[in-house]
Design a protein around this ligand. Structure first.
Ligand code: KIV
Length: 267
């Protein structure tokens, strides 16, 4: 493992070489240190912290103050992995809000990339952010911040029309200057096609092994989910003696393509 800090350019070069990228959510300094040592390439301060840390039923209550606070905690523990932070619910509702809130995540929190959910309607916002020097990660497929609108955590892109919309949005997000794209809960074949079409790395969650990388919620891979964990996740603590071993095995399984397996994939 190289100790050189990882940038969006490093991840683009990994994609070009056909090397898979491992990413995990992270919300504090101690886990950041551990994830860095275990060799993850990217850490996501996800607004999933609203569910796994704060106990909310959705990510909607999470505020920009809370995101900036947890991002700063992770930044103090991290040395190597790329630090991505979520713009929470409505924090990117307009380009002006997105710029102000991205400044908070980067200047107060130390984020290196900001992630925002959505398709066509956020493309202009992504363009504004990237023109101002803010590296952006898009997020398509299942959009957890829209759970109240879509009525649940439903798989996306199953029919031809919605698959077409996701493909079109992915291209538009790349054209607006995004450096990365997360694809959540879409069929494996659709994710693979998008990954092969885009030049930027596509990181999947519940999107099959054909993506350029994988992201999971840290608490799910450590078996800390008190509810039934998502089918696309895996408990890497099973049979391991330590958290470090579990995380290192996740990194290895992403790298060699054995995670996700067919039981964790929707085709
Ligand atoms: O908030 C989060 O943890 C995320 C991942 C599920 C991709 O956005």
């Amino acid at each position: 493992m190289s100790a050189k800090p990882i940038s969006v350019a490093t991840l683009a070069a990994m994609k070009a070489r056909g090397e898979r990228i491992s990413c995990l959510t992270c919300y504090d300094a101690s886990f950041a240190r551990l994830l860095d040592t275990a060799g993850v390439e990217a850490m996501l301060v996800g607004d999933s912290l609203g569910m796994v840390l704060q106990g909310h039923a959705t990510t909607v209550p999470v505020t920009i103050e809370q995101m900036a606070y947890h991002t700063a905690c992770v930044a103090r523990g991290r040395e190597r992995a790329l630090l991505i932070a979520d713009l929470p619910f409505l924090a990117s509702a307009t380009p002006e809000r997105a710029l102000a809130n991205a400044a908070r995540l980067m200047q107060e929190g130390g984020a290196q990339v900001v992630k925002l959910e959505g398709g066509g309607h956020v493309v202009e916002t992504i363009r504004c952010l990237t023109e101002q020097g803010v590296p952006v990660c898009g997020h398509l497929g299942l959009l957890p911040q829209s759970v109240n609108l879509i009525g649940g955590y439903r798989f996306q892109g199953r029919d031809a029309d919605s698959a077409q919309t996701i493909k079109r949005d992915a291209l538009a997000i790349q054209a607006a200057g995004a450096s990365l794209l997360v694809l959540e809960c879409v069929p494996a074949a659709l994710a693979q096609e998008i990954g092969q079409t885009l030049a930027i790395p596509v990181i999947g969650i519940g999107a099959g092994a054909g993506c350029d990388g994988q992201v999971l919620v840290l608490y799910d891979i450590l078996g800390l989910n008190p509810k039934r964990p998502p089918r696309f996740s895996r408990d890497f603590m099973q049979g391991r003696g330590s958290i470090m071993e579990a995380v290192a095995d996740y990194v290895a399984a992403v790298r060699d393509g054995t995670f996700p397996g067919s039981a964790e994939t929707t085709y």
